[in-house]
Structures are given as C-alpha cells and as structure tokens.
Design a protein around this ligand. Structure first.
Ligand code: LLP
Length: 853
C-alpha cells in the first residue's frame, strides 16, 4: 500500500492509514507500506540543496526537522531512535555541503531524507497505536542498475531498478513481521550510493516492491478515485476509468494523467500483479483496477490527455535525404545531453521531435547546448511552449472513423505535428500550449457525442468526476419514464404486438412546459416533421403551441387534427410552385429561402406577407447531415442575395414580415440561439417591414451518456439579453426534437442470435425500416432488454434488424444481459424522427404506434 505526501502529512491522515492497513490485515493480508515524504518536504530539501551558504542550509535542515517534531508532538510520541538518526544525518549533510560528497551524490542523499524521515515517523505511530510495524530501509531491497544510456545525473537522480520476483527477499521480509513500512523514491546503486528514482518515485517504488514480492496487489492511495477519461480539473464531466490493462494505463499515465507515474506499470506487467488506485478519503469507491485481465469490450477511446510544456526540436537539412546514419548522428546529440525524445515526425528534409518534460530534466541550458551541437549538422528550430493532446485507446486505428468531429476541430488550429504510436494505442496532436485549456472539454464532449468514447459501457466507465466530487451529476432533462413507472405497461403492449412505437404524452407535455418557461419567446411552434401523431399534435395544441409544416401533407394533417390553432408556418425547401399555392390558400405563413419563387412566380405571392429564411454562413448539429447552414447546405438565402430578394419583393408587392434561420438539429449549446437571434435582429434593422424573428428549432436532448442537457435557464438568459436590445421584434421558435424525442420508445422482440467473427449478433424483429437514424447519422439510441431489466449485463451484442442491408444495425457493441428469443428489446429516444422516417423497405410492415398517458 503506497501513500503519497498529503496522505502522510497529518495525524488524521496517519489514523486513516492505520484503519486501512488494519482492514487489510483483517482480510489476512500482510502489508508493506510505502510512503512519500511529508508534503512540501521534498521541495524544501531541494531548496536546501541549492543554498550556497552553510548557515542557510543548516537553517533549512532545522526547519525540516521541526516539521517532523511538530507532527510527533501532535501524535503525542517521543522521538524514536530511527527518526533521531535521520535528523542528525540530515543536519550533518547540511553542514558538509556538496563539496565533500560530489554534488549529485550529495543531492541524492539529502533528498532521500524526506522518505527516510516520514517512514520512521510512521513506523513509530503505527506501532504505538497497536499495529506493530517494522521499519525497513528500501535501499536494502531496491538495487539500481546502471543503464548504458544513462549519464551520471540520471544514474543518481532518476535511477532504474530491475525488479523481478525474488523469493529470497520475500522470505526475508516475511520473517520481519506482518506489517512493514518503507520509503518510496530511493534505492542503492552497485557502488553502495543512495540514488533517487526521479519524479513519481514513490509509485515506482511501490511497483518495484510489488514485483519483487509478487504481491497479491499494489494499492496506491491518493486523493482521487483513479484514472479519468480526462483531467477532471479541466473536464469536470470526465468519467472514472474502472478497468484498464497495463498498456492503456501506461499510455494514459505517460500522456498526462498525474495520478500515476508511467514508470510504475512496467515492473508489474510481467509478474501480472494488479494495481489499484484508491481514494484515501473515499475508500468505499472502487477506484481504477489496472491488471492483466483482458475483457471483451467495445473498442473505445479511453482517455484524452494533454501535456503542456512540450518543446519541439525541428531539424532541417537537405543533406539528410537517404543519408545513411543521419538520424544516428542527430540522436547521438540528444543522448549526450541526456534528453529523451518522445514523438518523432520525419520528412525528406526535416525531422521534428518532441521533448517531454516529465522524462527529461529539462532546463534551457540543456536545450541551448543541444541546439548548438545540432547546428553543426542541420538547421535547428526550437518551438515552445507546445502542448501534446493525446487520444488513448487500444486499437486506435480501428477508431479513426469515429474521430471526424475531433479532426475537424484540429483543422482550425496550428497543428505542429501528428503522431500515431506504433503500438496502436495513441494518436497525438502537438499544438500551441495556450489553446489547450479551452479545447479539452470540447474535445471530450465530441468524443462522447461521436461514440468514440463509449461511456455507455458501464463495465469500463464509472461515474463522472462531477458526480463523485462535484456535488452530483447533472440531472437528465427527462426521467426515463419507461424504466421508472411504465415498464409493466410496456411489456403488456409488447405482448400484444411488436414492433411498436409507444409515446408517453406526459413527457411531451412536460417538455412543452419547460420550453414555455422561455420568457423571451413570443410564439412557440412545434416542427411537426419530428412526429405527426395526432395525439401529440393535440397535446401540444393544448399546451399553447402553434405548428410548423414543410409539406402539403403536414399542412393537411395539422389542418384536420388541430383546426382550432392559428395558421401554421410553412417552411419548405425546394418545394414545387403548387405547394406554395396550397399553403397560401390555407393562410399559412410562408417562408421563402431562394430568389426563384419571386423571380418566376411573383404573381402568386402578390399582396402576401412572407418570412425570409437566410443562411448565416455556418451550420451546426449532431451530424453533418443535419446541419442546414453554411455554403455546403441547400438551405437559406445567402446574404449576398438579400438586396436582390428585397428588390423582387417590392416589385411584386410582397411584404417581408419575418426573418428566419435554422442552422441545424440536435444542438446542446445554449448560447447558439442568442447568437442567431442577434444576427437576425441586426439584419432586420435593414428591412423596415419585419416584425418577427424566427430562430428555428434544433434544441437538442442529451443523446449520449454523459452529455449534459440543454440549459434552458441559460438559453432564456441569452435570448432575453438580445430581446432587451431589440424589443421591437417578436421572437418565434419552432423546435421538434426537444418536445418528443424522449417521449417515444420502439419496442421490438428478439428473433435470433448468432456468433460470427468474434461478434455476437442479437436479432430483433425490426430495423432500419422503423428507425433509420443509426444507419443514417450513426445516431446512438439507448437499447435495453426490457424483459431482463436489472439483470447483469454480461453479453456484448451487435443489435441488428431483419433488413437486407449491412447497415441495418440499431446499436453496436451494446452491453446487455444474456438474451433469449422473444425477449422485449426497448430502443429509447425514438419519439423524434422515428416513425416519420420509417419505410416499407423489403415490404416489411411499419411498426404501429400507440400513445399512453
Ligand atoms: N425548423 C426547421 C426549418 C427545420 O428544418 C427543422 C428540422 C426544425 C425546425 C426542427 O428541428 P429540431 O428541433 O427537431 O432539431 N432527421 C434528423 C433531424 C432533421 C431535422 C430537419 N429539420 C434527426 O433524426 O436527427
């Protein structure tokens, strides 16, 4: 069990250690405790090492000794001999100074005292509190090896130990007692000198001991519950990684996660000793288990990490192309200066490498010296400060298709270098350091949104940092009614017939009421294209919604189902002339988004009031195919045609009453509509006849686990702020999805199962004919086995339908209970764009629809 600096700095922390160790003893385990120095002590010792004057060094040693005396007092203990000797020795070293020992060897000895003292203090405390604990000098057990690529500095201050299971040592320690305490960070070299293990040294020591003793497990106790999908300080929604294999964990540790030093995994890999990361303050949390266990799980990005302080060295030389030995010569200089190279990119005339500060004792002198040596063989450019952003996951290359959104983000930045690790575990982008903080949370969201980070796999991904430490998870906007109250009813409905769409009207009403809290909005419309079920149209009419239609069919449906409601909006795109004629005849408010209708059918519109849909030059949404703005989309009048449009309107006696924009669907960023509103309102000031602004729909619902719901209060604030600037315009909206998505589920039945090519297919009695969103947009819909809800999810399924298309997959890599033929499968969030987009393909019957209260 390894405890870091903060865990050993106070009496309550030591009492906690005592409890934890006692609990392991109660399980029958023998415990070796590895400790760091008290927090701040290593830094104080380093400071001591750079003091030139003896007096100052002595004062520093005195202050460090006092910290330990104070803690002893608090523990009500007298000074134990072991600690007394350490304090004396430290005082002597302070008097001597570096000269008597050789600078580096003296530094190592001084700094080793942090751990020597804390462990001596711990042994006294634990023994005194009824847990007999033997103090063990780690240097008697850990032998540093001199490696050919080390210089004197790394040999003394960043040493390595080859730790192989050692039965003799195991027996020797067993004879000493059941609880031992020793130091992290220190070892002894072949000449008998005290050496340090470098940064993260205590973790590394724990791992060395774990391997030497072939321990049942290594537990590192720290102040977080484990490794997360991103640094939680940058990304509060980062999820706990519950299980990792050694390689993935090592990769995450090497690419930025501070919780574990990357070095400490390799010693454990061969003897297959598992490592547990545990939170000292929350021992009840499971933490992260890193081990040899290979579980069947969906390929997934596991983490996104960022390392700052990266220095790039770019070496340019026309002479290098096909020159045998050029790289060898260049790299020899890095070796001479003790600098380890991390990433490498090469071209015909350029090699660029990165230096990672965690592996290098980087100082500007070392880099300047390197640069001047390199300048003899090539042109050198040092680029700093950079940051390396790394995606980690086993089988990275098989995940590339899920990364388009992330790549698009990098497309807008200066990317100095891209590197894909040869072990297929990571993909790294080196960018300017200053962009990282803002970028990381966004990329994390994109990875979840794209299904690249499979946070739906609960065997791998635990709660978010926010849930564990930040006062609770964001409450989902809509409770899963089908899980909580309606399950028995749904099972009855499925027993009557499947496939079947079921709509829960209370959820529709609840969503409508939530939207109606938007005080800035003057008129609410429901975009009926999302779901045209009559009961839903009626329910929304009762909630005070008007309607938005895009075809004569929708106009007829609205006209006959909710005739009492004020005339609808008609917002088609590339519709034929007669559609407009019919819409105008019904009194609908027609929106145009092209010159053609006025140029060629001007007479049709004469005397009418219309709205104009413009393209604001950008689009957004959950998938490329639902982004309806920007030069690549067919929607909206480009702004450079605005004058021509207004000219045509005036020629034909057409009054432009409203301005409209809809940039896309499935947007969760509350700020978006405020921007659209402000842009449209400022445009409207150029068109005196305008009285309303329609900011479209597109309001998203969280579609992936971990996504936060749209913040309606923030949306209201953003809209109200714009409204205050442009009070002369009415504000209209026309959402579809937000009102109905969560209100609908699709029920299907298990037909057959098949094992093939390492995959397990679970067949259900409908597929892309009833729900095309997964095939069309890679959309993610939660899938559960309603019959076996709550049973352990032990199988990993590809959930497929009966359609003769290989794209007929409703959900891939879903962890579900072992299923049987006839089980009822529920596909969630199908209330929007489910039934309305279904087809008779393969001449299969469409799923029926039923509404429940
Ligand atoms: N207004 C206009 C002009 C629209 O084109 C749309 C949707 C909406 C409002 C309503 O958008 P909503 O609030 O539902 O996001 N089939 C895709 C969505 C396509 C949306 C098309 N236009 C999907 O299943 O995600």
């Amino acid at each position: 069990m390894k405890f870091g600096g903060t865990s050993v700095a106070t009496l309550p922390r030591w009492q906690n250690i005592r409890e934890l160790v006692a609990s392991r003893r109660a399980e029958g385990a023998r415990v070796l405790i590895v400790v760091s120095a008290l927090t701040g002590v290593t830094d104080a010792l380093k400071q001591l090492c750079i003091e030139g004057e003896q007096g100052k060094r002595e004062a520093a040693a005195g202050a460090i000794a006092q910290r330990h005396h104070d803690l002893l007092d608090h523990m009500q203990l007298t000074l134990p001999d072991t600690l007394g000797q350490r304090l004396e020795h430290l005082a002597r070293l302070a008097v001597d100074g570096a000269a008597a020992h050789g600078a580096l060897a003296w530094q190592a000895q001084v700094q080793a005292h942090g751990e020597l003292m804390s462990s001596a203090l711990g042994a006294a405390f634990l023994s005194h509190s009824g847990l007999p604990t033997q103090w063990l000098d780690a240097r008697e057990c850990l032998a540093a090896v001199a490696l050919p690529n080390q210089n004197e500095r790394t040999r003394l201050l960043s040493a390595m130990v080859e730790a192989k299971p050692d039965p003799a040592l195991t027996a020797r320690l067993a004879a000493l007692g059941d609880v031992l305490i020793t130091q992290g960070f220190i070892a002894r070299d072949a000449q008998g000198r005290t050496v340090l293990l470098g940064r993260g040294g205590s973790d590394t020591s724990a791992a060395y001991f774990g391997a030497l003793l072939k321990a049942a497990r290594v537990e590192t106790w720290t102040d977080v519950a484990g490794m997360f999908t991103a640094n939680p300080r940058q990304v509060p929604g980062a999820r706990l990684l519950q299980r990792l294999d050694y390689e993935e964990a090592q990769e995450i540790a090497s690419t930025g996660a501070k919780v574990l030093h990357p070095r400490c995994l390799s010693p454990l890999r061969e003897p297959r000793v598992p490592l547990l990361i545990k939170d000292t303050n929350h021992p009840e949390l499971e933490g992260t288990v890193i081990g040899p266990e290979v579980r069947a799980h969906a390929p997934s990005v596991k983490a996104i990490s960022a390392r700052k302080g990266i220095t790039l060295v770019s070496m340019e030389s026309v002479g290098m192309w096909q020159q045998v030995g050029f790289l060898a010569d260049v790299f020899a200089h890095f070796k001479t200066h003790g600098l380890s190279v991390d990433l490498i990119g090469s071209a015909e005339t350029n090699v660029t490498v990165s230096l990672d500060p965690t592996e290098n004792l980087l100082d500007s002198d070392a880099i300047a010296a390197l640069a001047s040596d390199l300048a003899k063989v090539c042109r050198v450019k040092v680029i700093a400060p950079c940051a390396a952003i790394t995606l980690v996951g086993r089988g990275m290359r098989s995940l590339l298709h899920t990364l388009s959104g992330v790549l698009a983000e990098f497309g807008q930045l200066r990317v100095h270098m891209i590197s894909q690790s040869s072990n297929n575990l990571n993909l790294t982008f080196v960018v300017d350091e200053e962009v990282v903080d803002a970028l990381l949370p966004h990329l994390h969201d994109l990875l979840i949104g794209a299904g690249a980070l499979r946070t739906d796999d609960s065997a791998l991904f635990g709660p978010s940092w926010q849930t564990l430490y930040g006062g609770g998870e964001v409450i989902p906007a809509v409770p899963a009614w089908w899980r909580e109250t309606q399950r028995p009813r749904l099972l009855e409905l499925a027993a009557e017939t499947t496939p079947r769409h079921v709509y829960h009207l209370p959820t529709v009403r609840q969503q409508a009421r939530t939207l109606k809290t938007l005080a800035a909005v003057d008129r609410f419309h429901y975009a009926v294209k999302a779901n045209t079920h009559p009961a839903i149209l009626r329910a929304l009419a009762e909630e005070g919604f008007a309607f938005e239609c895009v075809s004569p069919g929708e106009l007829v449906a609205v006209g006959s189902i909710v005739p009492q409601v004020a005339s609808p909006l008609f917002t088609p795109n590339f519709a034929p002339r007669e559609d407009y004629a019919r819409a105008l005849a019904t009194g609908a408010t027609v929106t145009l988004d092209a010159l053609h209708p006025l140029q060629h059918w001007g007479a049709l519109f004469r005397g009418h009031e219309i709205a104009l849909r413009v393209d604001l030059g950008r689009g957004l949404g959950h998938h490329d195919k639902v982004r309806t703005g920007g030069s690549g989309s067919k929607f909206g009048l480009p702004l450079d045609q605005l004058s021509a449009f207004l000219q045509l309107a005036s020629e034909h006696g057409v009054t432009v009453r409203g301005l409209h924009a809809h940039l896309g669907s499935g947007v969760l960023d509350a700020g978006h509509w405020g921007e659209v509103y402000a842009q449209l309102a400022s445009l409207a000031e150029r068109i005196p006849s305008v009285v309303f602004i329609n900011i479209g729909g597109g309001l998203g619902v969280p579609a992936h686990p971990g996504e936060a719901p749209l913040d309606i209060a923030a949306l209201d604030q953003a809209l109200s702020a714009v409204k205050a600037l442009y009070p002369q315009y009415q504000l209209w909206i026309e959402p579809g999805r937000y009102l109905v998505a969560d209100a609908g589920v699709l029920l299907a039945r298990v037909t057959q199962q098949k094992d093939k090519g390492g995959f397990r297919y679970l067949g259900v009695d409908t597929g892309m004919n009833s729900l095309i969103r997964p095939a069309l947009y890679d959309a993610w819909h939660k899938i559960v086995n309603l019959t076996r809800l709550g049973e352990p999810a032990t199988a990993l399924y590809q959930v497929v339908g009966p359609i003769c298309e290989s794209g007929d997959v409703l959900g891939s890599d879903r962890r579900l209970p072992e299923a049987r033929e006839g089980d009822v499968i529920l596909i969630a969030q199908t209330g929007a764009y489910g039934k309305v987009m279904s087809s008779h393909y393969n001449l299969r019957d469409e799923a029926d629809e039923i509404v429940i209260e």
